[in-house]
Design a protein around this ligand. Structure first.
Ligand SMILES: Cc1cc2nc3c(=O)[nH]c(=O)nc-3n(C[C@H](O)[C@H](O)[C@H](O)COP(=O)(O)OP(=O)(O)OC[C@H]3O[C@@H](n4cnc5c(N)ncnc54)[C@H](O)[C@@H]3O)c2cc1C
Length: 457
């Protein structure tokens, strides 16, 4: 459907080995590790420089070819599958850490830098600093994660990862390069203001407004010691007050909930995992004492776990990312529901109901974002990738979960196409109108990830 000259032109831009239309190269870009169905990809390109990105976008504009930017491609909700074919722009070769500003505490990076790469780099060269990381495989990109309102182990303290963006360099849909944040005025990428803050437009818009080619990401002082304290609660109705109590304390780094029927010891309980940090053991011991009191007062009891579990839970990313069985056919996808704290009891009950109705072992959890301002509650559904009926079963469970999340006043996070439509159906029509107008203005030819956040697709 695209004329034969396109691949030659793309290869002229990137070099012959970094642009392809061969089925064996495209295959992996048309499938998703979650439950989404495969999609057609016409070209894959792997640019190395900003100029190459600009030239590809200009060519795509001239020929009206859709482009989907991609980092690690691991959102699990099919966000890098092209809805209308065209080019997948794999940004992994743009992987330079350009600057670490120790004083203003930020990293200036290219879009292909992964969470594991930045962590390893800081450990080696700047051991007093750290970046917040999701519990996703370490091959996911900082940009891909921050650009979808991701969250990680510093999110309770400092907010979601979108809030950790200080500045962006963007290739706009017409190929022009634009800087956003203090970097538009200064050589320092230290803040989003004090000028009109347009960075937010690029978060959770799924590559529909441009391609990020540089990103300034906040770093934080790294505490010397870190440990976790387990609690068990029985009654879901006690959870909101419990989390309120825990996050009232100024001593908490991260708070996670685990609600699952496997392993056996977790069944029937809500497991609370709270992380605390300190400069010496005396400080840690004092904080544990305070935390245990809050657990007791708010309906949970402290749980002593075998020492070997501590190592597993203290890893960054946590063990779950490594347990994900991508290669051997094991699949899973979750609805990440951004919810107000008070709706936790209801979502737990719905999670059990939907999982049991679909014959899937109930597996739920939550991460608390910013003093309980927001809860990322996930309900995860596993399936056998080799069994289409099993995948369809998981897709139906995901759909029913999205329905319930919206009914409860929550918003599905990193929504796949169908959930995007459900959100848009409930959205203030003028919000949608405003977003569509901005999009049309920036991208009159509709080349940037068409189909996403569109009423018709
Ligand atoms: C086991 C497991 C655990 C997970 N745990 C967490 C967790 O704890 N916290 C969490 O937040 N997530 C988690 N995730 C979800 C997901 O993996 C991450 O959010 C991941 O960081 C997404 O990054 P990515 O590089 O794969 O993004 P991609 O999937 O490549 O991209 C995400 C979106 O951003 C767009 N995009 C990517 N790069 C650019 C760019 N340069 N310019 C413009 N648009 C761009 C894409 O088009 C897409 O819409 C988990 C996933 C798994 C599999």
């Amino acid at each position: 459907m695209f004329d034969d000259s396109i691949i030659k032109k793309l290869q002229d831009i990137t070099g012959p080995e970094f642009a392809s239309n061969k089925p064996e190269d495209l295959y992996i870009y048309g499938i998703d590790p979650g439950a989404s169905l495969p999609r057609k990809v016409d070209f894959v390109v792997m640019p190395k420089t900003v100029e190459e990105v600009q030239n590809i976008v200009k060519l795509a504009n001239k020929k009206k070819i859709p482009i989907v930017p991609m980092g690690g491609g691991l959102t699990l909700s099919g966000l890098t599958l092209p809805v209308k074919g065209g080019i997948v722009m794999d940004l992994k070769r743009m992987d330079r850490i350009l600057e670490i500003n120790e004083k203003s505490r930020y990293a200036l990076i290219e879009p292909g830098v992964t969470t594991g790469q930045l962590k390893a780099y800081l450990e080696q060269h700047h051991p007093d600093l750290e970046n917040s990381m999701p519990d996703a495989p370490p091959s996911v990109t900082i940009a891909g994660n921050a650009l979808i309102h991701g969250s990680g182990y510093l999110s309770q303290k400092y907010g979601d990862h979108g809030q950790m963006i200080n500045g962006l360099e963007v290739v706009l849909p017409n190929g022009e390069l634009c800087k956003l944040g203090s970097c538009a005025v200064s050589e320092f990428w230290f803040a989003r203001g004090p000028i009109p803050d347009m960075i937010g437009l690029f978060i959770s818009s799924f590559g529909t407004l441009g391609i990020i080619t540089k990103l300034s990401y906040k770093l934080y002082p790294k505490p010397k010691l870190r440990t976790c304290v387990f609690g068990l609660a029985k009654d879901p109705n006690a959870v909101p007050e419990l989390l309120h109590g825990v996050t009232e304390l100024d001593i908490i780094e991260d708070v996670l909930l685990g609600i699952q029927d496997k392993p056996e010891w977790m069944k029937g309980y809500i497991t609370l995992i709270t992380y605390i940090t300190g400069n010496d053991q005396a400080e840690i011991d004092e904080k544990i004492k305070i935390l245990k009191k809050v657990y007791r007062k708010r309906g949970a009891r402290y749980m002593k776990v075998p020492d070997r579990y501590y190592d597993i839970f203290l890893e960054k990313p946590q063990f779950a990312a490594k347990a994900a069985d991508f290669r051997k056919g094991g699949g899973f996808e979750y609805v990440g529901a951004m919810l107000p704290l008070e709706k936790i009891p209801q979502i737990i009950s719905k999670g059990y109901e939907i999982s049991n109705n679909h014959g899937i072992i109930p597996t739920m959890g939550a991460r608390i974002i910013g003093k309980a301002h927001n809860i990322m509650f996930f309900i995860s559904y596993s399936f056998n990738r080799a069994d289409p009926d099993d995948i369809a079963n998981a897709r139906q469970a995901l759909h029913e979960t999205n329905v319930e999340v919206l009914k409860l006043g929550g918003v599905p996070w990193k929504p796949e196409l169908e959930a995007q439509k459900m959100i848009m159906n409930k959205m203030d029509p003028n919000y949608l109108k405003l977003f569509s107008s901005i999009r049309k203005l920036l991208d009159p030819n509709g080349i940037m990830n068409p189909g996403n956040w569109e009423v018709e697709n």
